[in-house]
Design a protein around this ligand. Structure first.
Ligand code: SAH
Ligand code: SF4
Ligand code: F3S
Length: 446
């Protein structure tokens, strides 16, 4: 008798870190003989890779989970897994809340999925949330794209921003060695991948935990050194990195990005607030003047560089005047894109306990005003592309117009143009921009 392979489904919430972890966990499952099922209801193993950055992200997980937990009463063979940041935050408490769960596993345990599942199939309910040295990845991720890929370079975060759960759920900083990173990139280059995004929650911290310092006391392995080390990997045409922290962003890094042709002119540098007192209360470790000077330096070397960032409105105690300072920063800098959020108090973070919390009305009013400004500024920034010739790396068909393909410019603007995906996927194409919108472009092949 031939056993039919079991089918799995993964739903991923949250940031690129989680997406990269999901791809590795999918690789492990396929290695174990599981097959992907697009519809979770046809799968007999369901994994939620969760996010707890804001309360609404966490609540979304519980509503998804509730539905599958019910299903388990009719299908006792269903395997239910919660991975990622909610799993780490809640641990055992998740089993009490949802007793149908088979496995609760924190992000540091992603590469151990096979071992953990074996314990589950032996009849155990497993919780894996203890801090560990992350096991170097030995499996082949099942990557969503054939063109662009994520490569983790540092896990965890040692910062203590007063609003943020990430250090609690992702643990301390652990850098991979330059050799392991390069080896992964070489493999990707051989497989035909063209673009790599190097990932870390605080990518500027890369290498601080690796041994070795220079004669001047500088760490031997920094993000800048890593860029020089991996830059010539054959086949890889573009390199990006995220997320940058203004506190550690160096001139040396800016010069490297300028000097190295594969490093794209796009920088994601969250500022969170444009007000110095709020920045201090957030424990961010820089002033708005420092932030502005970084952007000035980037634009001095790369005048056309795209800049994106994250910002929080309605942090505890934020006055109208302090919020206006955030608006002013956005007005002055002109971001190509800005991820905005209303402050959400998170368990286990200092700011959640302060009694200066703002009302939901104030927070959502500020969020709307900021978003409006972001749209206006992004539209203005898009204008500079009009009529220009841009290099687009083709990733996919335009799902809304099958005669078109889509990809990104070096500055990370989503761009559409007429073409056949069969012929163009993974190609770098010169496109003349004919239409601009705030966050995307349309053009024709030249
Ligand atoms: N490591 C990155 C960002 C990590 S979290 C950095 O240092 O900037 C992604 C974004 O979520 C943050 O940049 C911040 O803007 C937002 N965020 C984090 N905690 C939040 C909270 N409690 N409420 C609202 N937004 C939050
Ligand atoms: Fe969170 Fe701050 Fe670390 Fe970013 S740097 S992940 S905001 S603690
Ligand atoms: Fe969310 Fe965890 Fe990323 S909390 S934003 S998935 S690090």
């Amino acid at each position: 008798m031939i056993a039919t392979p079991r089918r799995y489904h993964i739903t991923t919430f949250g940031c690129q870190m989680n997406k990269a972890d999901s791809e590795r966990m999918a690789g492990i499952l396929e290695d174990m003989g599981f097959q992907w099922s697009e519809d979770p209801n046809d799968a007999s193993l369901i994994l939620y890779n969760t996010c707890t950055i804001r309360d609404n992200a966490e609540q979304k997980v519980y509503s998804y989970l509730g539905r599958q937990a019910k299903r388990k009463h009719e299908e006792p063979d269903l395997t239910l897994i919660v991975a990622g940041c909610v799993a780490q935050q809640e641990g055992d408490a998740l089993l009490r809340r949802v007793p149908e769960l088979d496995l609760v596993m924190g992000p540091q345990h992603a590469n151990r999925l096979k071992d953990l599942l074996e314990a589950v199939f032996d009849g155990n309910q497993v919780v894996a949330t203890e801090g560990i040295n992350i096991v170097e990845d030995i499996t082949k991720p099942r990557r969503d794209s054939k063109v662009t890929a994520w490569v983790n370079i540092i896990y965890g975060c040692n910062e203590r921003c007063t609003y943020c759960v990430v250090p609690n759920v992702r643990g301390i900083e652990q850098s991979r060695t330059p050799e392991a990173i390069r080896a992964e990139m070489e493999e990707l280059g051989k497989q035909g991948y063209k673009e790599i995004t190097l990932l870390g929650q605080n990518i500027d911290a890369y290498g601080r935990d690796l041994p070795g310092v220079t004669e001047t006391g500088r760490h031997l392995h920094t993000l800048t050194d890593l860029l020089y080390f991996v830059h010539d990997v054959p086949g890889i045409e573009r390199i990006r990195f995220a997320t940058s922290h203004p506190r550690y962003f160096t001139k040396r890094l800016i010069r490297a990005c300028h000097e190295l042709p594969k490093v794209c002119e796009h920088f994601h540098i969250p500022f969170q607030s444009g007000d110095n007192d709020i920045l201090k209360a957030m424990a961010r470790g820089y002033t708005h003047q420092k932030y502005r000077s970084i952007i000035d330096k980037i634009r001095e070397y790369m005048p056309d560089a795209a800049i994106s960032a994250d910002a929080i409105v309605g942090f505890p105690g934020e006055t109208e005047a302090q919020f206006e300072n955030t608006m002013k920063l956005v007005e002055d800098i002109g971001f190509d894109q800005l991820n905005t959020a209303a402050y959400s108090p998170r368990p286990g973070t200092p700011a959640a306990l302060w009694d200066s919390q703002l009302s939901e009305e104030v927070k959502s009013d500020r969020l709307q005003r900021l978003n409006h400004l972001v749209g206006v500024k992004a539209a203005a920034r898009s204008q500079r592309y009009s009529g220009r010739i841009e290099e687009v790396l083709v990733e996919d068909q335009n799902p809304k117009n099958l005669h078109q393909v889509m990809g990104r410019t070096r500055g990370n603007r989503l761009t559409f143009f007429d073409g056949d995906i069969g012929a163009l996927k993974g190609e770098l194409v010169k496109v003349q921009i004919t239409e601009v919108r705030p966050f995307s472009l349309t053009g024709i092949v030249v």
